[in-house]
Structures are given as structure tokens and as C-alpha cells.
Design a binder for this molecule. Structure first.
Ligand code: BGC
Length: 691
């Protein structure tokens, strides 16, 4: 049972006593006044105070009684704050190291300045004074605020709710209300002294904290002013209102309807290709398939085993395509694909134990615009995404691949289906989500496909199982804007990028949002800002040796990647160190804080525009599907890795789509989905032959 005695507690707070006692004594006294932690945390002692008077009395008495425990609580909170603020920890360590150095030096000989010996305490004070600017820079002000706030909150909460020690003695809360005891009067007098010391210290610390905070804010604000005044108007054309987005949506909707009616590419933006996929996996599919996936940043060969009930096992390998092959002869590209296929089969011993006449079924995920007349007949309309091989446009790519395979006599493979990556993604997702009707790619390029009612596709002719009512349409929405319907939002940078690309006036929409172009848009804006002396002012003149690196970045197309955009826009470090190191890695040495700040702002704006536009077009397709709830299967680097892009996309979609919808990431969707298409195809063929 704790008893409150004058001697124990009041003495510790009195100022004359404080002056007399040495540190050792103080420590011993404080230790003696430490209450047991069991008592401190004893939950049976926590009671709501009856009124404000009781609360105040408890506060005063408990602060006195538990002073050492509270002191320890403050120390723990301070340690937590310092540990979680590494820069502050660093400065405090520097301060400690400085003081230690002073102690060592003074052991040998006391330090003197202009003949006057400087006492040790003053030397310590000097070390601390020297560290004050550093403390301000690393935000010690806010840390002090935090410690003060957190301590006052925790202590007040405990003190108000914990019954006072005299309640233990008498066991009645009513006792606590009796104002007659001398104890309370004495406590008040000495606690007032204590509060005075505490008040003075708190005021001093608050003043230091406030000044540090004020200076810090001033510095931040002055930086933002630069942005508001000069960069804003360069970025303004990239900011899209919901009204503009709705206009994009209306235009896309019209273009989709037009594209479904006819193949009039002179007037229509969108090809709206029928894919001859008019089924959804039903869990009955099985067998093993090879998939060759060409079209994104990688070329991939996969072996997919479907074990029924949508259980798929996938083994794959990514192969690099030499840049020369992307721009060379088409036949060489297809020979290279066949060679990789052979290597993959051999490395994984896939052909061992197979009958002599066994042929693998292969699905070709080919992510370029193709006119299909059946699942396995597809003519390439044009290359996109930086591919430009000769002799392929206008030809059947299934045949080109089959011929390359057949040229290698040992390769026993039959190409059974050509599948766009959006279709693969849709198939893979719809095998898991019953309401999945849309497949979207937000990666190197962009595109979407969805299930459309056959009644809405007047142009659809060719071979397919007529028993179904829907078919997957490959929209090729990347081409939106070809005939000017996006001109109202295109900026001069978009035009510049388009004109200098391999395919001017093609894939206008894709060039505004996809990963292949996002970095380039940012780079062109940076060039604009450099030319108007907003970025890197006078830097190149000051350091001619570095001008060369700067110039490489400024003149080399494609030297800034979408990954840079993603990393920079997520840079939340106080000194923007992530941005600075990315800029340094691409040749922009020693960027200033302002440079980094402006470039981060550019990245945020360009990525937000892309996310909003992506949301608008997905919204159109979801609305068109016209089901109470729709799942959209999505794949591609932008959606997969670009966190802010994804958040902004989802946020914008929730404003534009009235119906229930969700976006799900499709894992290895295009390969698995293409294998499922091949499986359904095999099943259909087998059924046809058996009837
Ligand atoms: C192609 C589409 C493809 C998309 C995503 C576009 O450039 O034209 O067919 O689906 O990229 O890979």
C-alpha cells in the first residue's frame, strides 16, 4: 500500500534541494521514489473520475506520486522518437561524439582560448550550440513537439484515471473528494513548484521547437512558391478535369460503335477486331500447351499444364530480343523465336517420353493489331511499341511462325491459336472470376478487349461456333485519337513525341499513357523547362565537364524510363534523395533540391494524367458490358508496379463508373489465358471430329 509522505516526495521537487544534491544523490533519490510497475499498471485502480475537481486532484497527486515512473515514460517516448527519426539520431550521436572528444582532450590539458582557460561545462555548451543548426535542419523541433505532446497525453491520461494513493489507504473514492486533508494542501504547494519548473522547461522547449518548425516551414514554402509561379503553367495542359475525361469517354464510345460496324480505317479510329474467342473457360479444359508471348518488353516461352478445374502449372523462360531483330527482317525474328522455342523444349526435356508423331499445340500470344478470320489466321495490320520488322505487315503471322518452326525439322509444334495479350488476360481472369468480361493491358502498350453481343457486331464474318451470342472484341484502343478526337487534350509535348516516333499519327492514345512513352513525355517536359531556364539554371555553363552528361540525357530519346517516373513520384524523403540519385544515375549530377522538387512534380502530373485517361477508357468498356457487377482483369507493368498510377486509376474510376466493378491483377495472364484458349479449341475440335 502506498503512503504519501512529505519527506519522500516534496523534498525531491524543492528547488534548494535540487541545487544541493549531486547527480549520484539525485539518481538514488529518484530510484527510491520509483513506484512498482505493477502498481502503475494495476488495472483495478483505473476508475473514471467523478468530476473535474476529482480529476484535477488526481492529476496533481499522481504526478507527484508517480514522478519517477512518468519520467521513465518520457524517456521511453523520447528514445522511440529518436530511433524512428534516423537523421535526428545521427545528429545526437554526433553531439555525443563531440562531447566525448572534449572530455578526452581535457584529460590531457584544459582547453584555452586567447590565454583564457575554458571550463569544461562551457566547452560542452559550445558543442551543443554548434549542433543546434543541425538539429533544426533534421526537424528536432517537430520531434520535441511530438515528445511533449505524447508525454503530456500519456501522463495526463494515466494520472486522471488512476486512483490517488490515499484512495488505497481508505479504499473509498469519496475520500478522494474530501478537501480537508493537509496532504492535498501540501501537495498543491510543492506540486505548484514542480509545475513551475516543468512549465518553464516546456515553454523553453516549445519556443525552440516553434522557431525550428517555423524556419523549416518557411524554407519549404519558399520552395513551393517557385513551383506555383513558373512550373505550373508548363504543367497546366496536362491537368485533366472530369469534364474533359467525360468527353474522352463519349468519343471512345462513338469510335467503338463505329469500329464494330465496319472496317473503314479511313474514318474509324478503332479496329475493334473480332477475335473468334466466343467462349469462357468452364473448368473442363486440360492438357499441356506451349505458349510464345511476343509484344511487350519481353519475349517469353511457357509450358502450361492444365489439370482441370482451372488448376494450371506454368514453367516459363524470358528471352531477350536483340534490338536489331526488332527493326530487321521479319523472317529472322520468327527464326529466332523458333530457335528459342527449341532451346526451351530441350532444356526442360519436354519432348522426352513423347510418341514419335506427337506435336505440341502452341498458342501464339501476339500483342499487335491483327485482323483475324479464324482463331489461327491473323494478318498483321501494323507494328506498334517500337517494333518495325520488314515483311510481316499484311501477312499471316501464324503462318510465318509455323514456317519458321517447320524450318527446324526437329521441332514438332503446331500453332493452333493466335491470341492478343488482352484476350489472354481476360481468359485467365474469367476462369477465376465469373463476372470477368473485360481484359486490359496497361504496360509497354495499352489495349482492352471485352465480350460484345454478336448482334452489335454487324461486320463480323468468318469461322466460329455460331451457337454462342457473344464474342471477344479486341478494341485496339491505343489508336484512339488518330482522326483528331483527342486533339482537345493533346499538348505540344504529345505532338512532339508523336512526330519523332517510328509511327507518327499512329497509336495516339497509347503514346499518352503507356509505359513505353511516359518517361519520354517527362524527358521532353524537362527539356522544355531547361530551355526556359527553370531547371538546372546556369549549371551546364558552370561545369562544362558535366555539360556532356547533361546533353546526353537531353538529346537521347528514351533515356528516361517509366520506372524512373514511378520511383520519383513516390519519393517521400525529406531531401528528395531518391529523386537525386535517379537523376545522378542518368547523368544529371548534383541536382539541387529545387530541381528534384520540380521534376517530381512533373512526374506526378504526367502519371496522374495517364491514370485518369486509363480510368476513363476502362470506364467506357465497363459501362458497355452492362452487367450489375463487372470484374476487369488487368496486366502490364504500369498497373503491376506503379503504385500511385494504380491508386489514381482506381480513384478516378470510382467517379466515372456508376456500377459495381473491380480491377484484378492477372498473374501471368496472357500466357495462361492463351493456353486456355488453345485448350478450348482442342476440345471443340475433338468434339467436332467425334460427331
Ligand atoms: C497493341 C495491342 C496490345 C497492346 C498491349 C498495343 O501496342 O497494338 O495489340 O494489346 O499494345 O500490349
Amino acid at each position: 500500500m502506498a503512503e504519501v509522505s512529505n519527506e519522500n516526495h516534496f523534498g525531491n521537487w524543492s528547488i534548494p534541494n535540487l541545487q544541493k544534491i549531486n547527480v549520484q544523490e539525485l539518481y538514488t533519490r529518484q530510484r527510491q521514489s520509483l513506484r512498482s510497475w505493477f502498481e502503475f499498471f494495476n488495472t483495478s485502480k483505473f476508475k473514471t473520475p467523478l468530476n473535474i475537481g476529482t480529476a484535477t486532484r488526481r492529476l496533481l497527486a499522481n504526478v507527484e506520486y508517480f514522478q519517477t515512473n512518468y519520467f521513465i515514460v518520457i524517456i521511453i517516448l523520447s528514445i522511440y522518437c529518436v530511433i524512428t527519426t534516423p537523421s535526428l539520431l545521427f545528429v545526437l550521436l554526433a553531439m555525443g561524439a563531440g562531447s566525448y572528444l572534449v572530455t578526452i582532450k581535457n584529460r590531457e590539458k584544459q582547453l584555452a582560448f586567447m590565454g583564457h582557460q575554458i571550463p569544461l561545462p562551457q566547452q560542452y555548451a559550445a558543442v551543443m550550440a554548434l549542433c543546434i543548426p543541425l538539429l533544426i535542419i533534421v526537424g528536432a523541433g517537430s520531434a520535441i513537439f511530438w515528445i511533449l505532446g505524447a508525454s503530456v497525453f500519456v501522463i495526463a491520461l494515466h494520472a486522471v484515471f488512476h486512483q490517488t494513493p490515499n484512495q488505497d489507504a481508505f479504499g473509498l473514492q469519496m475520500q478522494e473528494m474530501a478537501s480537508s486533508s493537509d496532504y492535498i494542501i501540501e501537495v498543491r504547494i510543492d506540486v505548484l513548484k514542480a509545475l513551475k519548473i516543468f512549465g518553464i522547461t516546456a515553454t523553453a522547449l516549445t519556443a525552440v521547437g516553434l522557431s525550428a518548425y517555423y524556419i523549416h516551414q518557411r524554407r519549404q514554402n519558399s520552395r513551393r512558391v517557385i513551383l506555383q509561379d513558373e512550373v505550373k503553367h508548363v504543367l497546366e495542359p496536362f491537368e485533366l478535369s472530369d469534364e474533359q475525361l467525360r468527353r474522352v469517354m463519349a468519343n471512345l464510345n462513338t469510335q467503338m460503335t463505329n469500329g464494330l460496324k465496319s472496317n473503314d480505317s479511313e474514318n474509324n479510329d478503332l479496329a475493334m477486331f473480332p477475335t473468334f474467342v466466343n467462349f469462357r473457360p468452364n473448368g473442363q479444359e486440360s492438357g499441356e500447351y506451349l505458349v510464345v508471348d511476343l509484344g511487350g518488353s519481353n519475349f517469353r516461352v511457357s509450358h502450361v499444364t492444365i489439370e482441370g478445374r482451372n488448376r494450371l502449372r506454368l514453367k516459363n523462360k524470358i528471352f531477350l530480343i536483340p534490338h536489331s531483330l526488332l527493326l530487321g527482317e521479319g523472317e529472322k525474328l520468327f527464326d529466332y523465336i523458333a530457335e528459342c522455342l527449341q532451346r526451351f523444349i530441350d532444356d526442360n526435356s519436354l519432348a522426352t517420353h513423347k510418341p514419335a508423331d506427337y506435336k505440341f499445340d502452341l498458342a501464339f500470344t501476339f500483342s499487335f493489331p491483327c485482323t483475324q478470320t479464324s482463331l489461327s489466321q491473323a494478318t498483321l495490320v501494323s507494328w506498334t511499341k517500337g517494333f518495325s520488322c520488314t515483311g510481316v505487315v499484311g501477312n499471316d503471322v501464324v503462318l510465318l511462325l509455323q514456317n519458321a518452326i517447320d524450318r527446324r525439322q526437329t521441332l514438332k509444334v503446331q500453332v493452333v491459336a493466335l491470341v492478343n495479350d488482352t484476350v489472354g488476360t481476360l481468359m485467365a481472369c474469367s476462369s477465376i472470376y465469373r463476372d470477368c468480361r473485360v481484359g486490359v493491358i496497361l504496360g509497354t502498350g495499352t489495349n482492352a478487349c471485352y465480350f460484345e453481343n454478336l448482334d452489335n457486331i454487324p461486320k463480323c464474318t468468318g469461322e466460329w461456333n455460331q451457337s454462342t451470342k457473344q464474342m471477344v472484341i479486341n478494341t485496339e484502343w491505343g489508336a484512339l485519337g488518330k482522326h483528331g478526337c483527342l486533339d482537345f487534350i493533346r499538348t505540344k509535348i504529345d505532338r512532339e513525341l508523336d512526330e519523332s516516333s517510328l509511327t507518327p499519327n499512329e497509336q495516339v492514345f497509347e503514346k499518352m499513357i503507356s509505359a513505353l512513352y511516359l518517361g519520354e513525355i517527362v524527358r521532353l517536359i524537362i527539356i522544355d523547362l531547361v530551355q526556359s531556364s527553370i531547371l538546372f539554371p546556369g549549371r551546364m555553363q558552370k561545369a562544362p565537364s558535366r555539360a556532356c552528361d547533361y546533353n546526353i540525357f537531353l538529346s537521347l530519346r528514351g533515356s528516361f524510363y517509366a520506372k524512373h517516373v514511378a520511383d520519383i513520384e513516390c519519393d517521400t524523403t525529406e531531401d528528395l534523395s531518391v529523386t537525386a540519385s535517379i537523376l545522378t544515375s542518368i547523368g544529371i549530377h548534383d541536382p539541387t533540391y529545387d530541381d528534384c522538387y520540380i521534376i517530381r512534380e512533373v512526374c506526378k502530373t504526367v502519371s496522374l494524367r495517364a491514370a485518369k485517361l486509363a480510368a476513363a477508357v476502362i470506364a467506357v468498356v465497363v459501362n458497355r458490358v452492362n452487367m450489375p457487377s463487372v470484374t476487369v482483369g488487368v496486366d502490364g507493368t504500369l498497373f503491376r508496379h506503379h503504385v500511385r498510377f494504380r491508386k489514381n486509376l482506381i480513384r478516378t474510376m470510382s467517379r466515372l463508373v456508376p456500377r459495381t466493378h473491380r480491377l484484378v491483377l492477372s498473374e501471368d495472364g496472357s500466357s495462361k489465358g492463351s493456353a486456355l484458349v488453345a485448350a478450348v479449341n482442342r476440345h471443340t475440335q475433338e468434339t467436332l471430329t467425334s460427331t
